[in-house]
Write a protein that binds this ligand. Structure first.
Ligand SMILES: N[C@@H](CCC(=O)N[C@@H](CS)C(=O)NCC(=O)O)C(=O)O
Length: 207
């Protein structure tokens, strides 16, 4: 039995953030596939036995069950002593980027991809708003990465694993990521880390 279990599904970039950290930190883990597309996260069983918030990722480690990708990343950094902060200033800098990611970057990209690519909904005012928000946020990240290898500087941290969560899905992203040169170079640097694998390799897919 693996040391860590991760409730996840391949299409989930939020789950990928945790899977990538487990992988790059060289931890012993296994995915537990959640049938999101048939409503498992919305079921009473999932909410009463896995996560009352009705979401993946969920990490199980011994008698601990953790939800929210940011909390899981923080826990795994502390446990593995890898990709975490080395000072109080770094801890706050990581938090700053992960909160920005959860609120602005992941929320807009994940919703846009879900509607346009996975649900095949026609474009409308909502998708237009999400796209504008996603591209505007990517522009900020791109500017920050123009003078740095990783979000905190020379060294990759859990902040990088959080922000990159949705950016390896290639053609599934309903906009041109290639226009963000510094983001593309940063993704290549993360990809070069030992252990890196694509989300669909690390986690089972629904369809
Ligand atoms: N802020 C959460 C977001 C998690 C999230 O949105 N998970 C999605 C999959 S990517 C989910 O499980 N949604 C289930 C549902 O809405 O029913 C995190 O960072 O973990």
């Amino acid at each position: 039995m693996a040391t860590f279990k991760l409730y996840c599904f391949g299409e989930s970039g939020n789950a990928y953030k945790a899977a990538l950290m487990l992988q790059c930190a060289g931890l012993d883990w296994e995915p537990i596939w959640v049938d999101f597309f048939n409503g498992e996260t919305r079921s009473d069983t999932f909410r009463s036995t896995v996560n009352a918030m009705g979401e993946v990722p969920v990490l199980v480690h011994g008698d601990k069950t953790l939800a929210q990708s940011g909390v899981i990343l923080d826990y795994l950094a502390e446990f593995s002593r890898k990709f975490g902060p080395k000072s109080d200033d770094e801890r706050r800098e990581i938090l700053r980027w992960m909160l920005f990611d959860n609120h602005k970057l992941t929320s807009s990209i994940a919703s846009l991809r879900f509607l346009v690519t996975l649900m095949k909904k026609p474009e409308d005012a909502l998708t237009e708003w999400l796209r504008t928000r996603a591209l505007g946020t990517l522009k900020i990240v791109d500017g920050h990465l123009a003078s740095r290898d990783f979000l905190l500087g020379k060294r990759p941290t859990i902040a990088d694993f959080s922000l990159c969560g949705y950016l390896y899905y290639g053609d599934e992203l309903p906009f041109d990521l290639g226009q963000f040169t510094h983001v593309m170079n940063w993704l290549d640097r993360i990809k070069a880390l030992p252990g890196w694998k694509h989300p669909y390799v690390l986690m089972p897919r629904g369809k």
